[in-house]
Design a protein around this ligand. Sequence first.
Ligand code: FAD
Length: 565
Amino acid sequence: MTPKQITPDFSATTQIDAVDVAQAEAAGFKTIICTRPDGEEAAQPSAADVAQLAAALGMGFVHIPITPGLFGDADVRRMRKALDEAEGPVLGYCRSGTRAATLWALAEADRRSPDDILALAERAGFDLSAQRGRLIAAASQAARPGLSAKIHDVVIVGGGAAGIATAASLLKRRPSLDIAIVEPAECHYYQPGWTMVGAGVFKPDTTRVPMGAVMPDRVTWIRQAAAAFAPEAKEVVLADGSTMRYRILVAAPGLRLAWDDIPGLAEALGQNGVTSNYRFDLAPYTFRLASTMKPGRALFTQPAMPIKCAGAPQKAMYLSCDIWREAGILPRMEVEFHNAGGVLFGVPTYVPALMEYVERYGIGLNFGSTLVGVDGASGTATFERKNADGTAERVEREFDMLHAVPPQKPLEVMAASPLAGAGGWIEVDPTTLRHTRYPDIFALGDATNTPNAKTAAAARKQAPVVAVNVLAALEGRAPAAQYDGYGSCPLTVERGKIVLAEFGYGGTLLPTFPRWVLDGTRPTRLAWFLKDRMLPPIYWHAMLKGREWLCRPDPIAPAKPQEAA
Ligand code: FAD
C-alpha cells in the first residue's frame, strides 16, 4: 500500500488488506473510507472485514460503495458528512484509488475552487479533469453567482435534430410554454445529407443553415454550451458560470466524434487522400477524391459501436465504388472495408442485399479490424486485427484513399455529470425516454444509452414521445407516450438505389410502407427517391416544425386488469 496524499487530511490508495490496515494505523490514519462495492474481485476483503479490523485498532470506518463512473449526489453528500465527522487524517481506498480521490474531490467542491481541487489531485497522481464540469456546477451551487431567478418550464440542451424537433413538438401542443434552448453552435446541420454530399449528389450548403433559422420563434436561445448539471437543484450551469433553472430538462446534446483517439488521423484529414463524411467540410473532399481517383487502393473504416448512422461508413464505400464503376476503373481498384465489429450490418435481414453489392464491387471485407493509426504523408493506415484465438496483431496498409470514421463517445460534460449511466451515456428508460433517476429529466437523440440506431430518424420518432411525456410531467402525470426503438438507415448501395433498413429495439423490422410499396430488404429506386427528394423537406419543414408526419407518438397501453384466479 502506498497512500497518495492529496491533502494532509486525506490520502487515497489502492485496495488494502489486513496488513495494510495495520500499516495505516501505524502511519497515523484515524479513519478509513472504502469507496468500492464488495465482490468486485474474488480476493477482495469485504468492507465488513476491514471495518472490523479498523475498529479493533481504534480507527473509524465508513463504506460508500461506488460503481465505476456512477457518483450519485447522495454518495457525494455521504462523503461530505463522513469527511466532516471523521477524525483525520483519513485514508480512502478502492481498486486503484481513483474512485476514492474522485469522491473526495466532489465532496470538496463546495469548499475549494475546481482548479485547486484538480491541482491537488494531480499533484498526488490522480487525473480528475473529466470531473471539471461537475466541480464547476457544485462550486456555483455553493457561491450562487449569476443564478437566474427565472425558472423556465423547459430547458433543452442541444439545438440539433433532436433538440429542435422536441421544442417544435412541445410548442405545437402548448404554444404558451416557456422554453429555453442551450446551444453554442452558430449553424445547424442536416448530417444525413453528408453521405449524399460525399457522392456529389447534394451540394454541401443544402445541409447547413444558420442556427437562428431553425430556432422556433417562441423559444429563448441561450448561445452557449452547458458546462455542468445539478439535477437535484434543477439547474444547468453554463460555460460562463451562470446558472439556468428549469421545471423540466430535456438533454439532447448529441455525441462526441473522437478523432484524436486515432493517432495521426486529425492531422491527416483533408489532404493526402484522407477524408470522412462525418465532417461537413470533408464530405466534399470525399467526392473530389472519388471522382478524380486513379486505379489504386481505397480503404473504408468503421469503429466500434455505438456510432451514429451505423450504415454511413459503408454507404460512403458503395457510392464511391459506383463512381469508379461508371468511370471504368473499378476492376483495377482494390477496395477494403475494415470494420472493428464482426458483421456487415447489425440486423441480419439486410445483409444479403448488401453482400450482393460487396461482391459486385469486389470489396475485401475485414472484420475485427480497427483503425489505430494514420500516416497521411506516407499514405499508410495501421489496423489492429483480432485473431480467432483472441490475440491481436498490427497490420499496415498503404492507401490512395482512406475514408475514416472516428470512434464515437459521450460528450465529456455528460459523462462527468450525474445524468450519465454506465459508459457515460445519459441513462433513460428506453420506452418513455425519462431519466431513470431524475423524473424531471428526459433525454433523446445520440446522447442516450437506449439501444436504438443513433439516427435522425430515431430522433424524429422520439421527439413527439418526449413532448407528450414532458407535458405529462409538468402536470404531475405519468408518462403517456412510448417509443419502440425505431431507427432507419437508408443504405445507399448505388446512385439511384437504396436498401432501406427500418427497425426497432431488438432488431424488430418496422417498415414504414407495406412491402408491395417498398421492400426495404431489396435495393429500390423508390427508397432512393425518398432519401434524395422527400427526407430533406420532411426534416426541415416537418420534423423541425412540429409537423409529426409518420411519427405520431404511440400512447402507452393501459395495464390490463388482473384476471380472476
Ligand atoms: P446532433 O444533431 O449532433 O445535435 C447535437 C447538438 O448539441 C449540436 O447542435 C451541438 O452543437 C449541441 N451541443 C453539443 N454540446 C453541447 C453543450 N455542451 N451544450 C449545449 N449544446 C451542445 N441519420 C438518419 O436518420 N439517416 C441517415 O441517413 C443518417 N446518415 C448520417 C450520415 C452521417 C455521415 C452522419 C454524421 C450522421 C448521419 N445520421 C443519419 C445520424 C444523424 O445525423 C444523428 O443521429 C442526429 O443528428 C442526432 O441528433 P442529435 O440532436 O442527437 O445530435
